[in-house]
Design a protein around this ligand. Structure first.
Ligand code: NAP
Length: 355
């Protein structure tokens, strides 16, 4: 069969604004361009950015129609004429994992070889699809921006989530201590099982967060936090910021508190939360000698040498295979996004494609 006769099935949203607008479409598979690799996707990793983008709440969303999906794994199915000369020397049939600025919710992807890396030995496709974005988020935030080092104390919000579990692994390997925050007590069991964390270092996010945090620090014989790794923001931001030591680094990488429930954004609930969002005074930050750092990994995709250097450092640290919390069939992508949106998940949610 000619390559161009082959078909790609993908989830498409013609105009952001509602999860209900996601439709499954079929198109001709394009020929890979010179530096491209074509991948037959086996698993797709879900990210909040997919939900934010579908709801029209994400500034990095492509204009017009788009296919969600930032990370995937699969096997190389075709190569552009120059892509074999890539540092990895990909061949047809190679198992790979990769990241993309949307387009991952598909049975095939045609992508520049820079955005692919070999699937780690012994990992499943699901684990591969769970790794690039969430793993790199944890590594970039903690190591590149947080300058995490031995004996430090780090507060990790959503510690039982996909990014959170990767962060917990990195913190442990660096010889630092985590205080792990979860949204509901039922997540403590998986957190303990995966990380071996002492129960006194687990906090449930609730009204008494400020005093719970002070108590956890006291049990560790510490005055304050060295790093906060947070994608929740909202009313838990200030208590954590104020619990930082001088020279503390607050690494903020999301605002899940501004996530909207349901198929469409609920602006009545979102707008007051947005307007009342916590803010810092830079002058006071100088006096307190603390910093706030924020990042969006998508910008790393634009700086390929930096992205490769960060990925190489991370992979050299021999990361543990990600924990898969739940799998959905590719055809159930909207249901998977709705489940993820509820905030009940632990580990990574993936879509699997059985061909
Ligand atoms: N800046 C970046 O480059 C970057 C990259 C990747 C991810 N992120 C951000 O990191 C956050 C999570 O990342 P992820 O998509 O990979 O998922 P994830 O790490 O698996 O996190 C999912 C968890 O987020 C927590 N959460 C907190 N508030 C929530 C809310 N209002 N609604 C639903 N869940 C809530 C829930 O755990 P608990 O209730 O236990 O806290 C949920 O299980 C998102 O905010 C995302 O935008 C940012």
């Amino acid at each position: 069969m000619m390559l161009s006769d082959r078909v790609v099935h993908k989830w498409l949203i013609h105009k952001a604004g509602s999860l209900k607008r996601l439709v499954l479409v079929s198109e001709q598979l394009p020929e890979p361009a010179k530096d491209d690799v074509q991948v037959e996707i086996k698993a797709v990793g879900l990210n909040f950015a997919d939900i934010f983008a579908c709801l029209g709440l994400y500034s990095a969303t492509p204009a017009g129609a788009f296919t969600p999906g930032l990370e995937f794994s699969g096997t190389v199915s075709a190569l552009g004429e120059s892509s074999q000369e890539s540092p990895h020397g990909f061949r047809v049939g190679d198992p790979v994992m990769g990241m993309t600025r949307f387009g991952g919710f598909a049975t095939h992807i045609t992508i520049n070889h820079h955005y692919l890396l070999p699937l780690q030995d012994g990992w499943t496709f699901e684990q591969g699809a769970a790794f690039p974005v969430q793993g790199l988020t944890a590594w970039y935030g903690l190591i590149e921006l947080g300058h995490l080092s031995k004996n430090q104390v780090v507060l990790v919000q959503s510690a039982a989530g996909g990014v959170g579990l990767q962060a917990m692994d990195i913190i442990k390997k660096q010889g630092a201590t985590a205080i792990a925050v979860i949204g509901s007590p039922d997540k403590a069991a998986i957190l303990r099982e995966r990380t071996g964390i002492d129960p006194s270092h687990i906090l449930v996010r609730r009204k008494t967060f400020k005093t719970d945090l002070q108590q956890a620090l006291k049990l560790l014989f510490r005055d304050g936090l060295d790093i906060v790794f947070d994608a929740v923001y909202g009313k838990f931001f200030k208590p954590a910021y104020e619990a930082m030591n001088p020279a503390g680094r607050y690494v903020l990488y999301g605002a899940a508190d501004l996530m909207s429930e349901g198929n469409r954004p609920n602006y009545l609930s979102l707008i007051p939360r947005y307007l009342m969002r916590p803010r810092l005074d830079p002058m006071a930050m100088i006096t307190e000698n603390r910093s706030l750092m924020a990042f969006n990994l998508i910008w790393l995709w634009e700086d390929i040498p930096l992205m490769h250097r960060v990925l190489k450092d991370f992979i050299s640290s021999k990361p543990a295979p990600p924990h898969i919390g739940r799998q959905f069939d590719f055809s159930d992508a909207p249901a998977a996004l709705r489940f993820f949106q509820k905030g009940r998940s632990t580990g990574k949610i993936v879509l699997t494609i059985n061909s």
